[in-house]
Design a protein around this ligand. Structure first.
Ligand code: AMP
Ligand code: ZN
Length: 483
């Protein structure tokens, strides 16, 4: 036995928990499928990046030198994950009468703003799909003769040319194949375009010359090329949401097998990555969250309603990444209160120099934390261990501060960078100004000190009339909230 740090992860490909054994000793190389930047990300999408962030932070915490790549898809993703429909970017650009490049820039920046607001660490590299088109063409050229065939509409990958196609997926036979729209001449229903030719007589905003004519790369090709180019096959971990387990990732795997001339997935590394990990969905009571249908839940909507974005991060951490998580405003409010409680204690440690976390009282809590996070990222239990440390009595504050810092480096709640005041956001609909509330409260404090309870009650009613609830004796030390 080696004394490697305890870390087991669930591999969707083998459907087992596996110990993390890096391809390159001491290193961890991770690729995360990033957003298609044709619209704002919804908070469900952001759950995928909170998960990838916790994974990356855990790998760093366990001592691995992390190289994390997240891509930005700015071309090639069709309105259906398989081959049907049109390019999401082209469609949005037309609807908004803007260039695709402007659409991509706008939504990429909106996505990065959400990344920052959720305290998600910057990856080593954001790879932009359109920067890699020559590499995509070279990749396709290498596999074309043995694995692809040309049709009127593009270059198609023949999935029967690799072994174990679709092993990763769970639903191909029931739903997946049925959803794949027939393209005349396709040899197998699951065959997919790796290069889409621009139809004769049409011009697309984004198109490049290739040996198969002018056109654009397929979405699956992009991720194979960027992950292989930047991390080298095989790399350690590939992540995405569970929808990617069904079509996008099986297709990436097929391409990787073709490119690396490996075959058969009994050795998982033949797929291009040793471990494939998928986060489950954030759902609404009404069903799956979607951004292609008009109104949807954006992080900014939460902020506009007065919920600090880290409250949403807390909500994600409370669930295991492989479990479905149901969004509700009540659930979000509860997660925010939990975060507030932690921040109140952290504020008391704000000026303490971190010392040695090895304190006998903290040792079992730190151990629980290590075990939980190393056990396929069990953030729910890790959070309770963090709360135990925060609440521990008669512990040297320097040790406590160090322990909290180490745990928060994994969970990313930014406990020492966020204050109670930061958490209190004003809903954009609120008509009353914070200054005004504080003034009335100061007058009310004075009235109470003077034992003038009539005035005190009157001021409380005045605030209530403006939708502000006064919170006397609140255990979190909050004086008011918007009702
Ligand atoms: P997209 O921009 O559609 O390519 O999606 C970005 C990421 O969000 C992908 O990893 C998806 O699998 C993931 N995703 C999409 N919807 C949800 C959801 N409701 N909950 C969690 N992850 C999601
Ligand atoms: Zn991808």
């Amino acid at each position: 036995m080696t004394d490697a740090p305890h870390l087991t992860l669930f591999n969707s490909l083998t459907r087992r928990l596996e110990p993390f054994e890096p391809v390159h000793p001491g290193e961890a190389r991770v690729y995360t499928c990033g957003p298609t930047v044709y619209n704002y990300p919804h908070i469900g999408n952001m759950r995928a990046y909170v998960f990838a962030d916790v994974l990356g932070r855990t790998l760093s915490h366990k001592g691995y030198k992390l190289t994390h790549v997240i891509n930005i898809t700015d071309v090639g993703h069709l309105t259906d994950d398989a081959d049907a429909g049109e390019d999401k970017m082209e469609k949005m650009a037309r609807a908004q009468a803007q260039s695709i490049w402007d659409i991509a820039a706008h939504y990429t920046h909106a996505y990065w703003a959400d990344i920052k607001a959720l305290n998600i660490r910057q990856p080593a590299r954001w790879s932009i799909a359109t920067d890699y088109v020559p590499q995509m063409i070279a990749f396709a050229e290498k596999i074309a003769a043995r694995h692809c065939y040309e049709l009127e509409s593009g270059l198609y990958f023949d999935v029967s040319t690799v072994s174990d196609y679709g092993r990763l997926a769970r639903a191909v036979t029931e739903e997946g194949e049925g959803r794949i729209e027939a393209v005349e001449g396709k040899r197998n229903a699951a065959d997919f375009a790796i290069w889409r030719k621009t139809p004769a007589g049409e011009t697309r905003q984004m198109e490049w010359d290739s040996p198969w004519g002018r056109g654009a790369p397929g979405w699956h090709l992009e991720c194979s090329v960027m992950s292989g180019d930047l991390l080298g096959f095989p790399f350690d971990i590939h992540t995405g949401g569970i929808d990617h387990r069904e079509i996008h990732h099986p297709n990436e795997i097929a391409q990787n097998q073709a490119f690396c001339c490996t075959n058969g997935l009994d050795a998982p590394a033949n797929s291009g990555a040793k471990i494939w990990m998928h986060n489950n969905f954030l759902v609404e009571r009404s069903g799956k969250m979607s951004k292609s249908s008009g109104e949807f839940l954006r992080l900014q909507l939460l902020i506009d309603r007065g919920y600090h974005p880290l409250g949403y991060r807390m909500m994600c951490l409370q669930a295991h990444y492989r479990s479905e998580l149901e969004f509700s405003w009540e659930g979000l409010a509860a997660a925010l209160v939990r975060l507030k409680r932690m921040i109140i204690v952290a504020e008391r440690l704000q000026d303490v120099e971190p010392g040695d976390p090895a304190h006998p009282k903290l040792a079992p809590m730190l151990e629980t934390f290590e075990k939980a996070i190393g056990d396929d990222l069990n953030t729910a239990i890790a959070l309770t261990a963090l709360e135990d440390v925060l609440g521990a009595k008669k512990v040297d504050p320097a040790a406590k501060r160090a322990a909290v810092e180490a745990m928060d480096a994994v969970l990313g709640l930014d406990l020492f960078g966020t204050s109670r005041a930061d958490l209190r956001l004003r809903p954009t609909t609120a008509s009353v100004q914070e200054r005004e509330i504080e003034d009335v409260l100061a007058r009310r404090r004075q009235a109470r000190a003077d034992k003038d309870f009539a005035t005190s009650d009157h001021l409380r009613d005045e605030l209530a009339g403006k939708g502000v609830e006064v919170m006397d004796g609140d255990s979190l030390g909050w004086e008011w909230k918007l009702g």
